[in-house]
Design a protein around this ligand. Structure first.
Ligand code: GLA
Length: 407
């Protein structure tokens, strides 16, 4: 993993039409030119869904779609935010009084998360004010992490405006934590996290480990010192496919229901009555094994690599659908259509329960693939038709966050 700071590139604006356009809009909005620009990409997860918070490696890829912010530090202690998309309203606040609204988060709240994360990390007593104009190309609410990209971009903007430096790893850690200022996001993600952590502790107890020290399924595997394939056998032997009740779990762990609620369940899962421990654990261990296999194939590049990678993506989708239950009929339909029209592999990506799919498509089939998917998925349904233009696109690996200054 890179330990260096994000790069700063000196660019000629005449060669960068998007930056040039942003500069002109900035000038007409704020009356001065921006001093620098920061870009942070969205991402798509190629494989490894819902296992990062269980302690396992995943394979995300930065995409070309991004958040770009033009910035001018100012003497006043005010942050003024504007967006090139006029449906996102202007916002301003004093830098010493950053309030993040968790109940009804608007776009500027994600910016404030990044701002606050950096302010707190350095204990900035006198942070600089700034004028910022944002231009985003990541489709919102699509599972491509537009909100995380905005938090990261704002973190780097604040860092640079205050003349500080951090490594990419430190920035990523701070922005991961600071996104929590926004509170729980919809869609069931937090429930899943707490749910899986509880699964691990179960398994641990049955294998004679100190389950109170184990919060992630990876901890159980490390504690037992066995392979992912062995963990799948352990799951088969120890857990039953029928859902567990909270009473049964507390009995297995030898604790009261009250102790289970206070020590093992998050706020969101207090009222959940059944827990599919077997299915969730099977998804996590098999998905973690698929990520390792995916990496091995990429490294060794056998002749049938594309077929093998596609098959792993397809298995991942089936596991997300059957075992983790984070798919939905629309995602399943889209995956089927993508496979039907030439994708070598296709799967839901990101949190799921909506969002989007990622497909691997040979370059020579791309045009017909796009045409046919558009016809079969979007043009058969009036609601999807409205989404068509922004929703179907080809992308290739993009770079990580960067700072641009005019040469
Ligand atoms: C969301 C989270 C990620 C990851 C995915 C599911 O995007 O932000 O950390 O857990 O869901 O793989």
């Amino acid at each position: 993993m890179a330990t260096d700071a994000p790069s700063t590139l000196r660019v000629q604006l005449v060669e960068q039409p998007r930056l040039q356009k942003l500069k002109e809009m900035f000038l007409s909005k704020f009356g001065t030119a921006p001093e620098f620009y920061v870009r942070a990409p969205g991402r798509v997860n190629l494989i490894g869904e819902h296992i990062d918070y269980c302690g396992y490696a995943v394979l995300p890829m930065a995409i070309e779609q991004d958040i770009l912010i033009a910035v001018k530090p100012v003497k006043s202690q005010v942050v003024q935010l504007a967006n090139t998309d006029s449906s996102y309203l202007d916002f301003s606040t004093n830098v010493n009084n950053v309030q993040i609204n968790k109940t009804k988060p608007q776009w500027h709240n994600y910016f404030l998360c990044g701002l606050k994360g950096i302010q707190e990390h350095f204990g900035l007593n006198n942070p600089t004010g700034m004028n910022c104009l944002l231009d985003g190309t990541i489709p919102p609410s699509s599972g491509l992490s537009s909100s995380s990209a905005l938090v990261c971009c704002a973190g780097l903007v604040t860092l640079k405006a205050n003349g500080k430096t951090l490594s990419k790893v430190e920035l990523a850690e701070i922005c991961t934590k600071s996104e929590r200022y926004i509170g729980t996001e919809g869609g069931g993600m937090d429930q899943s996290i707490s749910f899986l952590a509880e699964e691990g502790t179960l398994l641990a107890k049955s294998k004679g480990l100190d389950w109170k020290d184990m919060s992630r399924l990876h901890d159980v595997q490390s504690g037992l010192g066995v392979s992912l394939a062995d963990m799948l056998t352990v799951v088969e032997a120890v857990l039953h496919p029928e859902p567990y009740s909270a009473e049964e779990i507390s009995k297995c762990l030898g604790i009261s229901l009250e102790e289970l609620r206070s020590q093992g369940l998050s706020q969101n899962t207090q009222d959940v009555s059944t827990f599919k421990l077997y299915q969730r654990a099977k998804h996590v261990y098999s998905e973690a094994a698929r990520v390792l296999e995916f990496k091995k194939i990429c490294n060794e590049a056998p002749a049938d690599a594309i077929q093998l990678l596609g098959e792993l993506m397809n298995q991942s989708h089936i596991s997300c659908r059957e075992m983790y239950e984070c798919s939905c009929p629309e995602l399943d339909r889209l995956v089927d259509i993508c496979l039907q029209f030439g994708a070598t592999g296709s799967r839901l990506t990101g949190a799921g329960w909506g969002g989007c799919t990622v497909s691997m498509v040979p370059t020579d089939k791309l045009n017909t693939f796009m045409k046919n998917v558009r016809k079969a998925y979007y043009q058969t349904n009036i609601q999807r038709l409205a989404l068509e233009n922004n929703s179907l696109f080809a992308t290739k690996p993009g770079s990580g966050a960067l700072v641009f200054v005019e040469a």
